[in-house]
Design a protein around this ligand. Structure first.
Ligand SMILES: *[C@@H]1O[C@H](CO)[C@@H](O)[C@H](O)[C@H]1NC(C)=O
Ligand SMILES: *[C@@H]1O[C@H](CO)[C@@H](O)[C@H](O)[C@H]1NC(C)=O
Ligand SMILES: *[C@@H]1O[C@H](CO)[C@@H](O)[C@H](O)[C@H]1NC(C)=O
Length: 302
């Protein structure tokens, strides 16, 4: 076969472009995982470590957008692929992986688990034996929460459990309120912004504008709400698996881009902070393509 000169020209151009790529390569966002529990890790030491690859502390500060220091030891940063590969070879590093997107998942049914039958709770139901999850603190990594939902009303709830250290991150959304049932809410979008582009500041709130997070959080720990229905369909009592639990929302999912909405760097940040806040249980209803555990933010966080 003979190649036409046009084809040769194209091939030459592609080869040339490939050779040139590193010079123009856009940085991509990566998670650098340095291992398990390392209480007392300082962000400074992450700057020092990354700085040793980037040439200076200042470059490290510029590149890094999360430093995980509480229960997870690692950081997230915008890096050239070559630098990411170099970091991955360092003996202190467990894994380096791209800050990839994930999709929302869902699940259902207390009846399936035998907790109730036709809306009736038997006295030997595990629900009764466990006092409906009273004062267990459930955190949820999802699209946030709609705090006005009756599933999160704090009528008939006592004081917030004293071990709780979380916050209601509503300083940019004065209309968002927590209470003695919904005891905390935070949002994490630096990983999304690094991978997809900066979010409009109207998104600086844990409010759920999508619905999935309110659905999954109420499924995990929502109050019993009688006479619930959707436009008349599915009438009944809405309730969570632990209806007397306290709940906290960690918003890590944002408007979908190519079907992905929750990014690894944000997911890890939320795990790290939620454990510190004092959640007893985390509900995570999202996922992506299966990968090795050490390249998987959900596996590391869990
Ligand atoms: C983990 O992620 C890195 C960075 O993207 C990649 O080079 C490596 O192949 C991945 N490991 C596996 C086993 O998929
Ligand atoms: C819950 O269990 C207790 C004993 O463990 C029983 O006395 C009570 O009737 C049960 N309540 C319901 C609503 O079944
Ligand atoms: C942010 O989004 C809201 C709602 O879509 C829009 O009204 C507002 O103009 C946007 N703000 C900026 C700064 O783009």
């Amino acid at each position: 076969m003979r190649l036409s000169s046009a084809t040769l020209c194209l091939v030459t151009f592609i080869v040339f472009s490939l050779l040139q790529t590193p010079a123009f390569a856009a940085k991509r966002s990566y998670v650098v995982y340095l291992g398990g529990h390392s209480h007392g890790t300082e962000t400074e030491s992450h700057y020092d470590f990354l700085g040793s690859f980037l040439g200076s502390h200042e470059h490290a500060r510029e590149a890094m957008f999360y430093s995980y220091t509480r229960h997870i030891n690692g950081f997230a940063a915008n890096l050239d692929d070559e630098v990411a590969a170099e970091i991955a070879r360092h003996p202190k590093v467990v894994s380096v992986f791209l800050n990839k997107g994930r999709k929302l998942h869902t699940t259902r049914s207390w009846e399936f688990l035998g907790l109730e039958q036709n809306g009736f709770v038997a006295s030997n139901s595990i629900w009764n034996k466990t006092r409906y999850g009273e004062d267990t603190i459930i955190g949820n990594l999802d699209t946030g929460v709609w705090p006005e939902s009756k599933s999160f009303s704090d009528d008939a709830y006592g004081p917030i459990p004293s071990k709780w250290k979380g916050i209601c991150q509503n300083h940019k959304d004065a209309g968002f309120h927590c209470n003695r049932k919904l005891i905390g809410a935070r949002y994490f979008n630096k990983g999304y912004s690094a991978a997809v582009g900066k979010l409009n500041s109207s998104f600086d709130t844990p409010r759920d504008k999508e619905g999935h997070g309110t659905h999954t959080l109420s499924t995990a720990g929502g109050n019993m709400v009688a006479k619930a229905s959707v436009f008349g369909f599915g009438k009944g009592t809405a309730k969570g698996g632990s209806p007397r639990a306290r709940v906290a929302a960690y918003k890590v999912c944002w408007p979908p881009v190519l079907g992905n909405e929750c990014f690894d760097a944000d997911i890890l940040a939320a795990f790290d902070v939620a454990i510190h806040d004092g959640v007893d249980v985390l509900s995570v209803s999202l996922g992506g393509e299966p990968t090795v555990f050490f390249n998987d933010s959900v596996a590391i966080g869990s």
